[in-house]
Design a protein around this ligand. Structure first.
Ligand SMILES: Nc1nc2c(ncn2[C@@H]2O[C@H](COP(=O)(O)OP(=O)(O)OP(=O)(O)O)[C@@H](O)[C@H]2O)c(=O)[nH]1
Ligand SMILES: [Mg+2]
Length: 258
């Protein structure tokens, strides 16, 4: 593996005023920081673009039409790989993720560049119970689909991915473009032999008055996530002998048959 070279990647769709704060907090602890503005129409990208004009470590990529979180991450990863980066720390644009944990996550990836670093959310009193409980279902499925390979949280988007294996997976799939990105990326990378390392990270749920924005729609996105888990269960069944063999022997060959 080449010497790790890491950036922070922030996909953003109508993130409101928290976007600039998030970018500033990330830039205070890391360079470079790239923002992928995904067809935003709320003007939240304007101050970030202005900041990028005077900060060479801040780059704004603009996608004209909204394509979803995973789609925006994909655009960012392609550009990052072309620029020579090996790892991307992906984080939300809406102030929910702890920018002050970026250095510790980067250090973990530096120490284990073959792995992915998965944030495990530490919820405060502000977390909606429906969200806290609901994710247990997705986590249960993700652990079934990987035969308990150790994905601590399937949904949390504060993570470091090794770019090359993730791009290889995403380029051959038409899925993983919206909110199905995070769980499917973790499961498919595990299938590909990328070891998950779980690190706790606090998550905040901001009220609208504090600038909190959410694009998650319970009906629409739970249908998307259910379809994704059906897809992944079939994928798991197709790989079952291989996954069992790997589990029993604890050997991690570099690539799985697909
Ligand atoms: N690029 C892009 N990013 C998106 C899109 N929808 C959401 N995002 C980003 O993905 C991240 C997470 O989206 P949220 O809507 O906050 O979803 P969430 O954090 O899973 O759900 P909440 O806990 O309800 O906030 C944020 O950085 C959003 O800006 C989209 O269509 N395109
Ligand atoms: Mg959010």
């Amino acid at each position: 593996m080449p010497t790790p070279s890491m950036l922070v990647l922030i996909p953003s769709y109508n993130s409101g005023r928290k976007l600039l704060d998030t970018v500033r907090e990330a830039r205070a602890v890391w360079a470079p920081v790239w923002v992928v503005v995904d067809g935003s129409t709320d003007g939240s990208d304007a101050p970030v673009r202005a900041a990028a004009a005077t900060d060479p470590a801040l780059r704004v990529l603009v996608v004209a039409e909204n394509g979803g979180k995973g789609g925006a991450v994909l655009q960012g990863l392609r550009a990052a790989q072309a620029a020579g980066f090996t790892h991307a720390l992906v984080m939300d644009a809406d102030g929910q993720h702890p920018a002050d944990h970026i250095p510790a996550f980067m250090a973990a990836a530096m120490a284990a560049p073959e792995a992915m670093i998965l944030g495990v959310p530490v919820f405060g009193a502000d977390a909606p119970m429906l969200r806290v409980r609901g994710r247990r279902i997705s986590n249960w499925w993700a652990n079934l689909e990987t035969l308990g390979a150790g994905i601590g949280d399937s949904l949390f988007g504060f993570r470091i991915y090794p770019i090359e294996p993730l791009l290889r997976i995403m380029e051959r799939s038409r899925w993983m473009r919206r909110f199905d990105f995070d769980p499917e990326a973790a499961v498919r990378l595990t299938w590909a032999g990328v070891r998950p390392i779980n690190l706790p990270a606090p998550v905040r749920y901001l009220r609208a008055e504090e600038g909190g924005v959410s694009h998650f729609r319970y009906g629409r996105d739970n249908v998307l996530l259910t379809g994704m888990h059906v897809r992944l269960v079939f994928g798991m069944l197709a790989r079952l002998p291989w996954l069992i063999w790997r589990r029993l022997t604890a050997v991690s060959p570099p690539r799985t048959p697909r």
